[in-house]
Design a protein. Structure first.
Length: 137
């Protein structure tokens, strides 16, 4: 996998509200994957937001290494995969992060106002792309 930085055309694709799967490492060393929303914060960081009770959160706190595969809008075969490391866990005060991510995907703030919203910042360390189309813009 190439190291960062990602080429501009892949960064443009990652800025879109694409489907994404995150992989974390369970305490027994097995991998765990789950669909998730994400936000590309800058050229080297991705933001996730999870309920504090999610197993993924526990996995990342125990082992900060993660991988994400972001799929092209209408083609699951075309993707950018990134590996990285969690560099920050923080409370999502006022649900600002989850609302921004939800609005990116749905056009509306996040509906569940009772969840314990936690933000996770991931520094991208390497990447791989396969057949990812360029974003018109």
């Amino acid at each position: 996998m190439p190291r960062t930085p990602l080429p501009a055309e892949y960064l443009d694709a990652l800025r879109q509200p694409n489907k994404c799967v995150v992989a974390t490492i369970r305490p027994n060393g097995e991998l765990s994957t789950a669909a998730t929303w994400y936000e590309l914060v800058d050229d080297q960081h991705i933001l996730l937001n999870l309920d504090a009770t999610r197993a993924r959160m526990k996995h990342m706190r125990a082992d900060p290494h993660v991988a994400l595969t972001i799929f092209a809008t209408d083609d699951w075969y075309s993707h950018v995969s990134v590996s990285g490391e969690v560099v920050e866990f923080r409370e999502d005060e006022g649900m600002v992060d989850i609302d921004r991510i939800a609005e990116h995907y749905t056009g509306r703030p996040y509906a569940d106002r009772e969840r314990d919203s936690q933000s996770v910042l991931i520094r991208i360390t390497s990447w791989h792309a396969w057949n990812m189309p360029k974003v018109a813009g």
